[in-house]
Write a protein that binds this ligand. Structure first.
Ligand SMILES: Nc1nc2c(ncn2[C@@H]2O[C@H](COP(=O)(O)OP(=O)(O)OP(=O)(O)O)[C@@H](O)[C@H]2O)c(=O)[nH]1
Length: 445
């Protein structure tokens, strides 16, 4: 799999996971708070109705002997609904006590001694209208946990478990706790509640899809940015290998690790190109005289020969050999011999044109290629070189030192190759040696 696909996928996975996690937690918290809110409001109404019942009848037992709590609530419901419908109206989604289970308020028939809580709670009553559904079911116990008003699974007079008792919410009368309301089961949600929760779920779903799309877009953007920088370096490496262009420069677009890598790559590329150039130079240089060596000369001479043939231009090759060099070594030391080689190289280098190609051919032999030069012109140049070397102040090196050289010259392009021209020049050189040395022997075409 490609790097950009991996990075995009990674970002997408992280984005989707984060969105699901955050969305899930948000939905869980929302549901928890919503249920708690339903239960709290249901308890408020229930507490009010129980309070009214107790106020009406004095105690739960006396009340049950007269009228059940259920009937009490149902009897008072008509008044509450009437008042609510002519009052503030129903509030969708706001929990309230049920019509037909346990919550309610005291009606007008509740006796002259008691206050009329219905009148005092018209606004509360409006909240009771939840489509005939109980918002929440409560069981009642006395403060010690003995069931007074039973609920599913619990009979009157039964002692409830201590962990359930801990959930009990106190109902007070006259400043003391008279009963505990124990919440049972899940809240009943109205269609408005359910549609509200469905809308929340939809909103969270859209949020998650949006987050996933954003993560995908960011993933694509991010992976493109990262990969483009990696591609730059890959392309540079390919160019180094394919074209041998070791000096490559990739843009350093940032200061992060990839930017550092790009900068390090550029440094490495420069160092490599430099080292390679030095190596190449060392491979074609003679370490003693610093002249080019025979390998370099052969390459360049072959090219010059091709060019001369193609454009029908003159070309001369010269080969020179120091006279009695063995004697110089033997008489004055190899150090003196080396010094002579270096000075001759310098003299030759300083007295030819830039376009001429000079090299140490080996031992005490030097070669020069004279492009676009006639035999006559080359002869004159060689003669000047011969004289300059002979006339040089060799006493500086050793008091008895005398240095001369013999030269063979050839311009015969017709020989067909630079190698043949060189061997012809070599033959001319030996002719010059045989003829007494310190002279030039030209071989005419
Ligand atoms: N000092 C020194 N001597 C070298 C070097 N390369 C070759 N020589 C010596 O050059 C000498 C060449 O001697 P020969 O080939 O006999 O030629 P010659 O003595 O110059 O005699 P002719 O060419 O006939 O004039 C040998 O003694 C080599 O050891 C070098 O790099 N340094």
């Amino acid at each position: 799999m490609k790097l950009n696909a991996k990075l995009t996928l990674c970002m997408l996975l992280v984005g989707v996971t984060a969105a699901m996690l955050v969305g899930g937690i948000a939905y869980g918290l929302l549901m928890r708070d919503f249920r708690q809110s339903v239960q709290d409001q249901a308890f408020n109404h229930f507490q009010f109705d129980v309070g009214a019942y107790l106020t009406r009848y004095g105690s739960w037992e006396r009340g049950r002997a007269q009228e059940s709590f259920h009937q009490f609530v149902q009897r008072t419901r008509g008044v509450l609904e009437f008042n609510a419908m002519n009052g503030t109206g129903a509030r969708p989604g706001v929990p309230g006590p049920p019509q037909n289970v346990v919550q309610g308020s005291v009606g007008p028939q509740s006796g002259s001694a008691s206050p009329d809580p219905t009148q005092a709670n018209i606004n509360d009553a409006s909240a009771f209208l939840r489509g005939g559904m109980a918002p929440f079911l409560f069981m009642l116990t006395d403060p010690t946990g003995v069931v007074v008003k039973p609920g599913p699974g619990y009979a009157a007079g039964e002692q409830i478990a201590s962990d359930l008792l801990k959930q009990g919410r106190p109902i007070e009368q006259g400043g003391r706790v008279v009963l505990l309301a124990i919440p049972l089961g899940e809240p009943n949600l109205t269609p408005q509640d359910l549609s509200y929760l469905a809308a929340m779920r939809r909103a969270l779903g859209f949020g998650m899809v949006g987050a996933a799309l954003l993560a995908l877009a960011l993933g694509l953007l991010f992976s493109r940015r990262v990969c483009n920088r990696v591609y730059d370096m890959t392309a540079a490496v390919h160019a180094m290998r394919a074209n041998g262009e070791l000096e490559q420069e990739v843009p350093v677009r940032s200061r992060d690790e990839i930017g550092e890598l790009a900068a390090a790559f550029n440094r490495m590329s420069r160092d490599l190109a430099c080292a390679h150039a030095e190596m190449r130079e060392a491979a074609v240089r003679d370490p003693l005289t610093q002249l080019h060596n025979r390998r370099y000369f052969n390459e360049q001479a072959a090219l010059a020969f091709e060019q001369a043939m193609r454009y029908d231009q003159p070309l001369c090759v010269m080969i020179a050999d120091l006279d009695h060099f063995k004697q110089i070594n033997d008489s004055f030391s190899h150090g003196v011999g080396d010094e002579v080689l270096k000075r001759v190289a310098q003299l030759l280098q300083q007295n030819i044109r830039k376009s001429d190609i000079l090299a140490r051919h080996g031992g005490e032999e030097f070669v020069i290629l004279f492009p676009q030069t006639s035999l006559q012109q080359a002869y004159e140049r060689c003669e000047r070189l011969r004289r300059q070397i002979e006339a040089s102040d060799w006493q500086q090196v050793h008091p008895q030192l005398r240095v001369t050289l013999s030269i063979g010259l050839n311009d015969a392009l017709a020989l067909g190759s630079i190698e043949r021209m060189l061997s012809a020049a070599d033959e001319a050189l030996y002719a010059a040696k045989r003829a007494g040395r310190n002279r030039i022997e030209p071989v005419a075409a």
